[in-house]
Design a binder for this molecule. Sequence first.
Ligand code: DX5
Ligand code: ZN
Length: 226
Amino acid sequence: MSTFRPLIAPSILSADFARLADEVEAVPGADWLHVDVMDGHFVPNLTIGLPVVKAILPCTKTPIDCHLMIDDPDRWAIGYAEAGAYNVTVHVEAARDPVALAANLHAAGARAGLSIKPGTPLEPYVETLRHYDTLLVMSVEPGFGGQEFIADVLAKVRTARRLVDTGHLKVLVEIDGGINADTIGQAAEAGVDCFVAGSAVYGADDPDRAISALRDLAANAAHRES
Ligand code: DX5
Ligand code: ZN
């Protein structure tokens, strides 16, 4: 029996925005609560921003995981850390100085995450990742929930897992996009620690049960001890 406990981070992008506090309360089993911030520039879609994150924070004890799909994160990310987000993830394709940005996020009391889009390679950013706590591997093109999982990105997950297991990196490996009961096993097997799931959680009749079912599937597929 493996002792590995996968982290499940439901994405409120698939929640009912008119009942956000209730939707947050509907997932007490969540390890992190994933908040997708989109600016209509870095990605074509526009979602929510800092005022809504500030409104959610007092509604839950679950750590807030902010995924910033925005231009100029060097300027805007810090506000999410100062507001009290647990982890603030920026895109490497958008950041000008990701090393300084990670230091600023840490100084503001948050963990720092770096995300890569499906077409962005991992290798050029390995040294940069030494300054980060999480690596968010996108398994869909960022911008929308409910898209199909891109299995090709698992090669990057395997590389990251190896770098962590051999002590070269200390990041937690997170995956985002198209994670559901059919896809979570292969992601877990490749070495993911934390699984974002939007439609698979909030599209379920019982979102909290969907979380435990996903966690069990990931734990069974992972072949890991920690
Ligand atoms: C997509 C977002 C995801 C999205 C995932 O750009 O970053 O977090 O909510 O939704 P599903 O799980 O439905 O693919
Ligand atoms: Zn996301």
